[in-house]
Design a binder for this molecule. Structure first.
Ligand SMILES: NC(=O)c1ccc[n+]([C@@H]2O[C@H](COP(=O)([O-])OP(=O)(O)OC[C@H]3O[C@@H](n4cnc5c(N)ncnc54)[C@H](O)[C@@H]3O)[C@@H](O)[C@H]2O)c1
Ligand SMILES: O=P(O)(O)OC[C@@H](O)[C@@H](O)[C@H](O)[C@H](O)CO
Length: 380
């Protein structure tokens, strides 16, 4: 059994690749970072160090690596003969993965068991997005190629910080993980992923994850930066930052309870586990990594505006989320392209135009004026 995994970065090696390996797949990593691909090609194994309570070292073997920028033909051939394709490249990169999968589907035998495709990104419906890219690229050919693959949305949760250069391809991660996968598309032939949680409907799970883990994380990062703090664990140790995170998460929990029927108690337990994970002192995670790409994080269906918009529509409180939005607007990091772009936009366009363009809210939305006020304050 073979799985092709696009994106051999932090979560790719430290979570998706690890679980696929433990499920018995040979893993073929595909990436565009030449030194990383070469290091994987030269290694026979790498170690995933789980740090913090209950953590163990786990060894990944039986993998290969292909550079999709230099050798797209080999990537297509690997996809054509694989059982599973996964991605962890970032939601905006999925459009660059689609041509490789499409080329693989063209070469795949129509008699083969359908390829199982799962995008493991922090985004709602990431696999659907990937499938739309494939369909658009394929045009009329899609009717013939579509039966050669099945597509399942997933929600992946494990904190994998940026890795120090001296660690090579080894990865330091937290012990916790959760991988929820929508099972309908598989018709009972489930991929072999140990510990995965197969569900009928992913919507509640991805929203619970994105609007709790990632909302809390982003809030800690942006408030942490404002407090002059570098590490996420230290941000949580700051009383004001912690209070800001708790407030934002109480608001998203309120929405998740109202919308999906999670109980108040289970959301309280879920939040408390997450805050403990953020506080893990052994995990070298930074506010810069967690706050990366602020324009993506401020977009319409993402971790801040997404829950705030729905909460506002229901008349639920959103002040904690708006404080996180204000802090996100102040995220100023020269090495982050989107932070630089955001700063330029704040200077160039008025608050209403910025709000519409960045958050996707329209002026009639109950949250619009409140966000625009925060934007106006950030422009001063
Ligand atoms: N790190 C985490 O804690 C974590 C947890 C859950 C989900 N995620 C999600 O996983 C995705 C990846 O995050 P990460 O932290 O691993 O980032 P990362 O930057 O460490 O890894 C991304 C990898 O994708 C590669 N890449 C970029 N363009 C590519 C292309 N066209 N083809 C193939 N590979 C390409 C990069 O070279 C890099 O190795 C994101 O969507 C992120 O939100 C991350
Ligand atoms: O990967 P991003 O940029 O969407 O979000 C940054 C972190 O919040 C994220 O990577 C978490 O560590 C991860 O989602 C935990 O499961």
């Amino acid at each position: 059994m073979k799985a092709v995994h696009f994106g051999a970065g932090n979560i790719g090696r430290g979570f998706v690749g690890l679980l696929l390996h433990e499920g018995g797949y040979e893993v073929v990593f595909s990436d565009v970072a030449a030194p990383l691909v070469q290091a994987l090609q030269e290694a026979e194994s790498y170690t995933v160090h789980e740090v913090g309570e209950g953590g163990q070292d786990r060894t990944v073997t039986n993998f290969r690596a292909v550079n999709s920028a230099e050798d797209p033909q080999s990537v297509a051939a690997e996809v054509a003969s694989a059982e599973v394709v996964t991605t962890a490249v970032g939601p905006t990169i999925l459009k660059f993965i689609a041509p490789h999968i499409l080329a693989g589907l063209r070469e795949r035998s129509p008699e083969a068991v359908p390829l199982q495709v799962m995008a493991c990104e922090n985004a709602i419906g990431a696999t659907d997005t990937l499938r739309v890219h494939l369909r658009e690229l394929a045009g009329d050919e899609w009717d013939e190629l579509a039966p050669r693959a099945v597509f399942a949305n997933t929600a992946v949760d494990r904190i994998v910080p940026g890795q120090p250069a001296e660690g090579g391809i080894n990865v330091t991660v937290e012990p916790f993980f959760e991988w929820a996968i929508e099972q309908g598309a598989f018709g009972g032939n489930l991929p072999l992923i140990p510990g995965a949680h197969f569900v009928d409907e992913l919507g509640p799970y991805i929203e619970r994850k994105l609007f709790t883990v990632n909302t809390g994380h982003a809030t800690a990062a942006y408030l942490g930066v404002q407090a002059g703090i570098e590490k996420i664990a230290d941000a949580l140790a700051d009383e004001q930052v912690a209070a800001g995170v708790v407030r934002a998460l109480e608001e998203t929990s309120g929405l998740l309870v109202a919308k999906h029927g999670f109980s108040v108690e289970e959301m309280a337990t879920y939040r408390s586990t997450i805050l403990d994970r953020f506080r893990n002192p052994a995990l070298p995670d930074t506010v810069d990594r967690v706050g990366r790409q602020p324009l993506r994080k401020l977009s319409r269906h993402e971790r801040l505006i997404g829950p705030a918009a729905e909460a506002a529509e229901r008349g639920l409180p959103v002040d904690g989320l708006l404080d996180a939005v204000s802090a996100a607007l102040a995220f100023d990091l020269e090495s982050d392209e989107q932070a630089v772009e955001m700063k330029g936009l704040l200077a160039e366009v008025n608050a209403e135009a910025f709000t519409e363009k960045v958050t996707g809210l329209t002026s009639a939305h109950p949250l619009f004026a409140r966000v625009a006020e925060r934007v106006e304050a950030a422009r001063r």
